[in-house]
Design a protein around this ligand. Structure first.
Ligand code: SF4
Length: 327
């Protein structure tokens, strides 16, 4: 009989936070550590704009998520598990979830902005510190909570682990579809479904001209309808936008989201986002590519890298072309 790590390996489960990192490798890294004290964290901080799949899973399938956490605690021989829960979710059902978890798992309310959900920020927050990212490496699987090996997995990942253990996993994935979608919601489909099939099967192909943002309503890439015959290799989130939307307002919304959600720890992200906001307000993008380059190459944590993606893809695929047509 395969142990749980072998079962996860056979299913080639990839992290469902959007990282797409092989889950079995993370589990092995923690399990094989020389340190005897270890921890497990279920990252339920879900903070991407208009993305609610982890909320849906915790509301409808909390038993499986808890089972996944308990399997991880057992396999890691961990001292304790934590669920680091989005603050509004905590207010809504944190107490009930804690009662359901038992003593070995503690539910903790998320602090800080969007970056408070990055795995090393989560660790800092649970330790009682300001929730800011740590420099990686070392990775949490080696140096995590209180300097000890820590497994950090997303809600959906741990749900899948429980399903794999019971022999019930069929390669499913949860997809959050919001924005101007005609039929908003969270849907379950095979993980390799294309964006187009996903929209077709959920009655979400709009009757108006549209574009989509895939991978989160903050850090996801903009895609045109001609580009959506592909699978989603990032966060399971699709936002639909009416093409008539005010795209400058949309970019301001993203810029505000990242300005409020980042931690201001490093200069490229902190100052770069202010400069991007200025460029949007002045509708002058001559220098913006240089700003994208600096942010992507020198930001301390992944937020500075992903923050660039929606601006860059919206400008290149839509705004520059619309401006050319006007001239
Ligand atoms: S890139 Fe820098 S400022 Fe932005 S969230 Fe990460 S550490 Fe904080």
């Amino acid at each position: 009989m395969d142990n749980i790590i072998e079962k996860i390996r056979k299913e080639n489960l990839l992290g469902r936070s959007g990282s797409m990192f092989p889950v079995c490798l993370k589990w092995e890294s923690v399990k094989n550590s020389d340190q005897k004290e270890r921890y497990v964290i279920c990252n339920a901080s879900e903070g991407e704009v208009e993305t609610f799949k982890d909320y849906y899973i915790l509301k409808n399938h909390k038993e499986d998520v808890i089972e996944g956490i308990n399997l991880a605690i057992k396999e890691m021989e961990a001292k304790r598990g934590y669920i680091y829960l989005n603050a509004s979710y905590f207010d809504e059902f944190g107490k009930e979830l804690q009662e359901f978890c038992g003593e070995k798992i503690k539910v903790i309310k998320k602090r800080g902005g969007y970056i408070g959900g990055e795995e090393t920020s989560v660790i800092e927050a649970i330790e009682g510190n300001v929730p800011e990212p740590r420099i990686k490496p070392p990775f949490p699987s080696q140096v995590g909570l209180w300097g000890l090996p820590t497994l950090v997995n997303n809600v959906e990942t741990l749900y899948c682990v429980a399903k794999i253990n019971k022999g019930e996993y069929e390669g499913e994935r949860f997809f959050s579809i919001f924005g101007d979608a005609p039929n908003k919601g969270v849907f379950v489909f095979p993980k390799d479904i294309s964006v187009r099939e996903l929209l077709e099967k959920t009655n979400n192909i709009p009757s108006f001209d549209y574009f989509v943002q895939v991978g989160g309503g903050g850090g996801g890439d903009i895609m045109l309808p001609s580009e959506i015959d592909c699978t989603i290799n990032s966060l399971g989130s699709v936002i639909i936008y009416n093409k008539e939307i005010d795209k400058y307002q949309l970019m301001k919304k993203w810029a505000n989201f990242f300005l409020e959600g980042n931690c201001d720890k490093c200069t490229p992200c902190r100052e770069g986002l202010y400069r991007i906001m200025e460029m949007i307000e002045e509708e002058d993008f001559d220098e913006i590519e240089k700003m994208f380059f600096v942010m992507q190459k020198t930001s301390l944590c992944p937020l500075g890298v992903v923050a660039v993606k929606p601006f860059k893809t919206l400008l290149e695929k839509i705004i520059y072309k619309e401006n050319e047509n006007k001239n």
